[in-house]
Design a protein around this ligand. Structure first.
Ligand code: URA
Length: 210
């Protein structure tokens, strides 16, 4: 997939995203909208999947019909907010293999520290889609992609809902071979590393925590 950044500016995605951004949108609605947007983003992110044909019998005659080629793709959720995107994508691609990367930020070094890592085997033969709704500083995304590459992933796409220019630049510098697919590129990060205008803390909003 090329270029490095794909903006999914479909009206349905943009409309749903606006409702998600609204601070008065309930947890329930936020989750439902995220699931709906995940379907639309999954449609976009899988556009380039390789195809082959399989011979089938329709009620009328034989035909060579198109099917997706290659190994089942791998969806990797970057915990915990990644799970919100993961659920919806899995509804569209139920046969996908699933992995999880857990990282927390060391408050002294401000560097991401791994606390969980479990991914499907043969990553090198699978399209690997790493999902995290918010590409903010890019620190955890870069660290997650580092780990996926160490585990053998070669064909990786990073899928998010919102991206900050700072995070996009950081990813491009560290992983120029990893295309980013996002529904929006916002203005900037604030002093706390939050995306503005953004939607707040994606994990808190989808899980109803504070
Ligand atoms: N993570 C979030 O959940 N929100 C942001 O704005 C940045 C990082």
């Amino acid at each position: 997939m090329n270029p490095h950044l794909t903006l999914v500016d479909h009206p349905l995605v943009q409309h749903k995203l606006t409702i998600m951004r609204d601070k008065d949108t309930s947890t329930n609605s936020f989750r439902r909208l995220l699931r709906e947007i995940s379907h639309l983003l999954a449609y976009e992110v899988t556009r380039g999947l390789p195809m082959t044909t399989r011979e089938i019998d329709t009620p009328m005659q034989k035909m060579d019909a198109p099917v997706i080629d290659g190994k089942k793709l791998a969806l990797i959720s970057i915990l915990r907010a990644g799970n919100g995107l993961l659920d919806g994508i899995l509804e569209l691609i139920p046969a996908a293999r699933v992995g999880f990367v857990g990282l927390y930020r060391d408050e002294e070094t401000l560097k991401p520290v791994q606390y969980y890592f479990k991914v499907p085997d043969e990553l090198g033969d699978r399209l690997t889609i790493a999902v995290d709704p918010m590409l903010a500083t890019g620190n955890s995304s870069v660290a997650a992609i580092d780990l996926l590459k160490e585990a053998g992933a070669k064909n990786i796409i990073f899928l998010c809902l919102l991206a900050a220019p700072e995070g996009i630049a950081r990813m491009k510098e560290a992983h120029p071979d990893v295309p980013i697919v996002t529904a929006a590129v916002d203005e900037r990060l604030n002093d706390h590393g939050y995306i503005v205008p953004g939607l707040g803390d994606a994990g808190d909003r989808m899980f109803g925590t504070k």
